[in-house]
Design a protein around this ligand. Sequence first.
Ligand code: 13P
Length: 271
Amino acid sequence: MRPDSIAPGHLKTEDEHRRDVCTVGRWIHQRAYVASTDGNISVRLDPHRILTSPTAVSKGMMELDDLVLTDLQGRKLSGRRNASSELAMHLLIYQRRPDVNAVCHAHPPVATGYAAAGLPLNKALISEVVLALGCIPVARYGTPGTPELSEALELLVSHFDAILMANHGVVTYGPDLLTAFFRMETVEHFARVSLVTELLGKQVLLSSGDVEKLLAARARYGTTTAAQVGPECPVTSEAVEPAAAGNRVSLTREELEALIDEAVRSDRARR
Ligand code: 13P
């Protein structure tokens, strides 16, 4: 199901945004990224208004009028229900990231497993993930529904587009709701692939040269991301095999031919 309205590209009415939030709520529920009434979704409608999912309602069963309008401080403007208990986390992201207009929070089981193990998804294992997200850090634990949760994310929000929340779940965000949802899908998919490599007992990481080429290709794919990259993000083959990297020698064809010539010459001279 992909209602046309959710595709970015035209200026949406508030009703279309309401439909999009309900659609993404159904998607995260159908894919078992959430159980029960877990998860929350919001959209920044304009510089003054946020449309958020309500608290304690199944995000797979929301009706258009279940959604709540608030201002950027989280004060309710309209709606028969109460706003998500985690709205403060969404507001922090909108405040820190002027490029972001939608936030999606869910508990997809494999990525949440990594979060519960305190393991970031930060290895250069899959080219598309390096392109789309760079790497996915783990924010320290903060009690849901309290300022602790936002405080735990504060330092990471400017540098990443997807964050694992320790002992809790995942938050993703982007310029529009479809992008925020796709990032959630990418995180869970990557977590599954990572888990398979762990089960197989073998991971072949991309090299830093491979990662550089992917980053250079981002513009070609139209990828816009704030994802930070650095020596440990994502972790490359050189980082896990420093000895091998240190012992590796690279030669031009000419240098190699010269070495072979010299070896042949000295062998002939010895005879
Ligand atoms: P809300 O229903 O209040 O948005 O909270 C759901 C949730 O995921 C808590 O972590």
